[in-house]
Design a protein around this ligand. Structure first.
Ligand code: AKG
Length: 265
């Protein structure tokens, strides 16, 4: 696999502080990268204390759910939204919502929200695009159906399995070849904890092998349109949350049949 540093696809959120204006400016840069490249990394988005709390919770959940540990060294934690309120910080991040509400629609909802852990020795996942693209017969529609955030709860490095992506692959309109790996021209998306990948749902990507002796943890949040069927039943999770608040209810599909646009549409 061709690997090169991700600097060409990287923005720093701390550069502008956390004002509404800087979120707006950064969102524009991200949207441009999504259009041209299909993905980018934004560093310094989540505060250290929020990352530390979520990282600790994920590790705890991994140990509570050993049945979900796959022999390849991959382990998912499902239904995160209902498991602990600390995870809502990532799901409702202001930059994420600003980007996805412009990229998709003001009505954008969450399609799936999980944690992904690579245990030491985990193998490469496989090159793929996200739901619902793998359910569609190509050619895929050019209008984006989903957008994905991958939140770094650990530093993402070449050695510990940082996600890799193929620039421009979101325009190919079909799944990558399952046989014939490795896929040429990939970029490895490294960065410190608290960084986040923004990606067009049709991008070709994979998690890489973890050759270190430490866990690599991430949160995966995918957003979609109200007219698409979410990958997970998010409204069941909403039902399990006491006093979710307006923003969380909206993003978990509680207002799915009440569009933000007023009549006439
Ligand atoms: O954890 C990662 O690095 C990427 C996971 C991924 O590709 C996915 O599940 O869509």
């Amino acid at each position: 696999m061709t690997t090169r540093d991700a600097d060409a696809y990287r923005f720093d959120a701390s550069a502008g502080g956390a004002t509404e204006q800087s979120v707006d400016t950064l969102a524009e840069h991200v949207l441009q990268a999504l259009e041209e490249v299909g993905f980018c990394v934004v560093t310094s988005v989540l505060p250290d204390d929020a990352v530390a709390e979520m990282r600790e919770l994920v590790e705890l959940l991994l140990h509570f759910e050993p049945q979900n540990r796959h022999h390849t060294g991959h382990q998912r934690v499902l239904h995160l939204a209902a498991k602990h309120a600390a995870f809502h910080r990532a799901l409702l991040d202001p930059l994420a919502l600003a980007v996805w509400r412009r990229f998709l629609s003001p009505d954008a909802i969450c399609s799936t929200f999980t944690a992904n852990a690579l245990w030491p020795g985990a193998t490469e996942f496989y090159w793929h695009a996200d739901h619902p693209y793998w359910t569609l017969t190509p050619p895929w529609p050019s209008m984006p159906l989903t957008g994905q955030n991958i939140w770094f709860l650990d530093e993402f490095t070449i050695e510990n399995g940082a996600t890799a992506g193929i620039p421009g692959s979101h325009r190919r309109g079909a799944l990558p070849p399952y046989e014939g790996r490795p896929v040429e021209g990939s970029v490895v998306l490294t960065g410190p904890p608290g960084s986040v990948i923004f990606a067009h749902g049709a991008w070709w990507h994979t998690s890489r092998p973890n050759t270190t002796d430490a866990l690599r943890c991430a949160l995966l949040a995918t957003y979609t349109h109200t007219f698409c069927v979410p990958q997970e039943e998010m409204r069941l999770q909403l039902d399990a949350i006491e006093e979710p608040g307006d923003e969380l209810r909206r993003i978990l599909g509680g207002d799915q049949y009440r569009p933000q646009r007023d009549f006439p549409y």
